[in-house]
Ligand binder design. Structure first.
Ligand SMILES: *[C@@H]1O[C@H](CO)[C@@H](O)[C@H](O)[C@H]1NC(C)=O
Ligand SMILES: *[C@@H]1O[C@H](CO)[C@@H](O)[C@H](O)[C@H]1NC(C)=O
Ligand SMILES: *[C@@H]1O[C@H](CO)[C@@H](O)[C@H](O)[C@H]1NC(C)=O
Ligand SMILES: *[C@@H]1O[C@H](CO)[C@@H](O)[C@H](O)[C@H]1NC(C)=O
Length: 431
């Protein structure tokens, strides 16, 4: 019997400390004395949907109910978005100007956590973004240095304001790591969120066991040639700062474990005492390992093999530093062959389902072996449907800079939903 159970039998454990997920000596997640498996989705749009004035609470509630029916217990959501409107960002953000909050949006986050708590779900709270689609690092850099963000081409296509190269954008974003004023501004945000008192539950976020962890950012990474790394100093500073404000919750980077940067970068970045666990993201199409316009079996099989190999590699990397790992992002486009549109909600997604089945079998094996701790697929779009331009605030799992409908799973993707229901039950039996 674990210490927790003995203490709770003796009545020593206060209700306030119950329910936080921690990493125990065996390298697994535990909630109280039970292994906690992450059976999760990416659902970044939760805060935007939860906003009373500009969101869509009935959709949020329906989406949460549907995800609950898929046994989903963990949602990765954004807890920070910044800056003025541009074409690659949602219309509404949490912090439109430095230190100025949109209270309607903050209540959207409150409402999300309140509704998640009712459904016994936990949130990975993503505090920043390496990419432009929520503001993120490049927005902080732009605020502090008064520079224009060099937006790369994306969606909408041929936007004259978005014609910089990815390399240039990445360099701009990576300036964040050494921009002291940017980091100070961000620390103020971190403090504001951690100390936030939820208007619906009365609870401060730091005391709320609906929160699973604080994540630095979505996919923080070095620039392409490694000359602008995410420094150890930066990692120590931010992880220590979060722990100084909140000892209840776990902390992680949110990085991809990108094969382009490899094992040594992963080990260096993750091997810090205040980081509790590691993550990996695998994007076969974005990394040119899958072509949605190629209907051959060999094309799909290549993507599956590639993904499984990388999962096994990262499992080894995580073991090396004795930290748990979550398969935190992955996805596949709808079938784009025979002239179909791979973004159209009515296009079948048969390869996606085959891909999920093949790779989730491997994630299950690695979770059963107690190396991986589960997954968050990208992404749940629920009752959302593609829209663009001034209607893009209808919010899909696909963020504004990407083609609407690329990776998101809709409530009407019945085969996928049924598969996820079945597989969720199997994963949660490992608890
Ligand atoms: C809210 O979402 C539903 C789908 O869940 C949609 O039918 C409805 O039009 C949306 N309402 C608003 C105000 O956007
Ligand atoms: C910021 O840059 C713009 C355009 O280059 C310039 O007009 C403005 O004066 C600058 N603002 C500050 C505070 O330096
Ligand atoms: C990005 O930064 C690296 C290192 O300074 C530099 O070599 C490269 O040319 C930069 N890329 C662009 C597009 O400016
Ligand atoms: C489809 O993918 C397979 C496997 O990667 C490859 O051998 C083949 O050349 C591709 N076909 C086309 C038309 O791209």
């Amino acid at each position: 019997m674990k210490l927790y159970s003995i203490l709770s039998l003796l009545g020593f454990v206060s209700a306030a400390t119950a329910g936080f997920v921690t990493v125990e000596d065996d390298g697994n997640f535990y909630e109280n004395d039970k292994r906690y498996i992450v059976w999760g989705a990416n659902y970044w749009e939760a805060m935007n949907l939860g906003a009373q004035k500009t969101g869509n609470r009935s959709r949020l509630v329906n989406d949460l109910n549907k995800m609950k029916s898929m046994h989903i217990n963990n949602l990765r959501i954004i807890a920070g978005s910044e800056g003025p409107t541009d074409s690659q960002k949602p219309l509404n953000v949490l912090m439109p100007e430095p230190g100025v909050y949109n209270e309607d949006m903050f209540k959207g986050l409150d409402y999300t956590l309140y509704q998640m708590k009712k459904r016994n779900m936990k949130a990975v709270m993503v505090l920043n973004n390496f990419w432009q689609w929520s503001g993120g690092f490049s927005q902080y850099v732009s605020w502090v240095k008064n520079t224009t963000i060099p937006l790369p081409p994306g969606y909408p296509e041929n936007d004259p304001r978005a014609q910089s190269s990815w390399d240039e954008f990445i360099n701009h974003s990576a300036e964040f790591y050494t921009c002291k004023k940017c980091i100070d501004l961000w620390k103020n945000h971190i403090k504001t969120v951690i100390n936030r008192r939820n208007v619906y539950t009365g609870k401060r976020y730091r005391d709320d066991d609906t929160i699973f962890s604080w994540e630095f950012a979505n996919e923080p990474r070095q620039n392409n040639d490694g000359s602008m790394p995410m420094t150890d100093e930066f990692i120590e500073d931010i992880s220590g700062y979060i722990k100084s404000l909140d000892k209840n919750h776990m902390v992680t980077l949110g990085s991809e474990a990108h094969p382009m940067f490899g094992r040594d970068v992963f080990l260096r970045e993750n091997n810090h005492k205040n980081l509790d666990y590691t993550t990996t993201h695998i994007w076969v199409q974005n990394w040119n390992e899958y072509d949605p316009k190629n209907k051959t079996e060999a094309n799909l099989q290549h993507a599956i093999d590639y993904c499984i190999n990388h999962l096994r590699d990262t499992a080894g990397w995580a073991l090396k530093i004795n930290k748990p790992i979550i398969f935190e992002e992955y996805g596949m486009a709808r079938d784009g062959w025979d002239g179909q549109d791979e973004y159209d909600p009515t296009t079948p997604a048969t390869n996606r389902l085959k891909y999920y089945k093949a790779i989730l079998d491997e994630v299950y094996r690695l979770t059963d072996k107690q190396i991986f701790q589960g997954q968050n697929f990208w992404a749940y779009s629920g009752e959302g449907r593609p829209a663009s331009g001034e209607h893009r605030d209808l919010y899909l799992g696909d963020p504004a800079h990407e083609h609407p409908g690329w990776y998101g799973i809709y409530d009407k993707d019945t085969d996928m939903i049924n598969y996820l229901k079945k597989m969720g039950k199997k994963f949660l039996n490992l608890e």
